[in-house]
Design a protein around this ligand. Sequence first.
Ligand code: CP
Length: 313
Amino acid sequence: MSLERKDFLGLYDVKADDIYQILDTAEAMKEIFTRTVKKVPTLRGKTIVNLFFEPSTRTKSSFDLAAKRLSADVMSISKSTSSVVKGETLLDTAKTMEVMGADVVVIRHSVPGAPQFLANNIRASVLNAGDGAHGHPTQALLDLYTMREKLGRIEGLKVLIIGDIGHSRVAHSNIWGLTELGAEVRVAGPATLIPAEVEKMGVKTYNNLDKALQDVDVVNILRIQLERQASGLFPSIREYRHFYGMNKERLEEAGKDLLVMHPGPMNRGIEIDSSVADSEQSVITEQVTNGVAIRMALLYLLAGREIEDEDLA
Ligand code: CP
C-alpha cells in the first residue's frame, strides 16, 4: 500500500480517497498500541530524520515514537543544538542527513514553504510537521481521525473552529481536509483574526461565538497566540476570554453531544477553561494518542512504499 507521492506537504491537494487511506492505515496502526509489545518490524532498516526548527512537544515526540514503533532508525535535530546556529543552511543540514541515509525527513519550520523547498531539493521523502502559518497536515489528519472515531463519520458534520484563523496552520489544514470530506465548516473569532478570503475556502465566518455554536457537532479550539495582542489584533486577553473563551456555560448551552477538541498546547483560562478541557466531552488527550497512529501511517505510506502489507503482522 502506498500514497502515490514522494512527499506529504499539506492537505490542500489531497483527495478524499487518499485521506481515507491514511485514516484507515492509522486505524490498523492503532491496533498495535493494544499489544504487550507495541512495536512492529515494518520499517526496519529505514531511517527517519526529525528536523525541528521550532519548539514542539506533541508533534516531535509523536513522530519520534511513531518511527520507533515501526522499528525505523531515528535521528532528531533541533535548531538550537545544530550547526544552523553556526550559519549552516537548512538545505545543507538536510543534505547532510540525506547522505547519512535518511529515507524520510520530517520538518517543522517557522517559514511557510520550507518543506516544499526541501522536497524540491532532496531525494528523500519530506513530511510537513508544521510550516509557519501555512499548514500542519498531520494535526488535521489526527483531528479528522478523532472525529471519525468518536462520531462515526466526517461527511455532514458541522465543525466550528474558534480563534486566530488567519495565523493558524491547524485551521488551514483542517479546513482543507474537512471540506474535502464534505463537512460543514464554521470559523469564529475577532474580525481582526479572520481574513476575508477564508470564505473562499468554503467556510462560514462568525464574530459571535454563541451564534456559531448553534447545532455544531465538533468544536476545535485554537491556541490564542499571545504575541498577537502585542500586534494590536485584539484588545486584551480578558476581552478575548469573555467573547471567545470556551467555558462551562457555553459548553452546557451547546449540549452534551458536542465534541471538544484542541490541538494543544492550551492556554487554560484563556481560549479554554479547565472545566471544558477536562470535561467528559473533551477528546484532547485522545487526539494526542491518535497523533502517534497517524504519524505511523504516514511514515509507513512514505518510507515503506515497496513494503508489503503483510509485514504489519
Ligand atoms: N499541536 C501541536 O503541533 O503541538 P506541538 O507544537 O507541541 O507539536
